[in-house]
Write a protein that binds this ligand. Structure first.
Ligand code: HEM
Length: 180
């Protein structure tokens, strides 16, 4: 994944837990990179190692790390660094989610070597929508639920996020029902 992802994990840890914890996490991960360059692609393994080490050092589950990272990604990375792009995504949560399937097309203009996730939406109602998540990558379901929760916060909307199906139960993709 592009360095911006690893850099965002670093920023999240330093902001919330301090530099010392980050130094420990980096050491524990075995990742030998002194600093991440945002627009350079890195092996996915680095991101997984950082998330695993963060879980050990902070004594929370990898799922909790990924969920927190999803929220951070929207509120800090998305809104603060790519505010215009995020705002163009929709004027409310429902509209943003309806437009989500095309979102990474624009991101690919900035990061041409992106391996983006694929999203589809179905069952679009006034107060709920089903978000389908397809990915070549494993184990990022909690990252997606964190992203959805971050989007809800961005639009100051209270939501319930339910995982209707998952690759863990033999399906070929995840479906999240987002209700507000
Ligand atoms: C301006 C905002 C955003 C930027 C700059 C961005 C950029 C990126 C980048 C660089 C990656 C790493 C993939 C790679 O390097 O190959 C990524 C992955 C990902 N993004 Fe985005 N993204 C943004 C918003 C979103 C939003 C709003 C969602 C969904 C709610 C989302 C969902 C994901 C997921 C799930 C992945 C993991 C990849 C996978 O599952 O295979 N992103 N994005």
């Amino acid at each position: 994944m592009y360095g911006i992802v690893n850099k965002a994990i670093e920023d999240l840890v330093i902001d919330n837990f301090g530099q010392d914890k980050w130094d420990l996490i980096l050491e524990r991960s075995g990742v030998e990179v002194d600093f991440f360059i945002s627009n350079e692609p890195y092996d996915d393994d680095i991101t997984y190692k950082l998330a695993g080490a963060a879980s050990e050092v902070l004594s929370i589950t990898v799922g909790e790390v990924l969920h927190a990272f999803g929220e951070w990604w929207i509120i800090k990375t998305g809104k603060e660094k790519y505010g215009g792009l995020m705002e163009a995504g929709g004027k409310n949560l429902r509209e943003f989610l309806v437009n989500l399937p095309a979102f990474h097309n624009r991101i690919m203009l900035i990061y041409p070597k992106l391996t983006p996730p694929e999203f589809k939406v179905s069952d679009i109602e006034d107060h709920s929508i089903n978000v389908h998540y397809f990915s070549k990558r494993e184990g990022l379901q909690d990252f997606v639920s964190g992203l959805l929760s971050g989007l809800a916060k961005m639009y100051q909307t209270e939501v319930i996020i339910q995982l209707l199906q998952s690759r863990d139960d033999g399906s070929n993709h995840e479906i999240f029902r987002v209700s507000w």
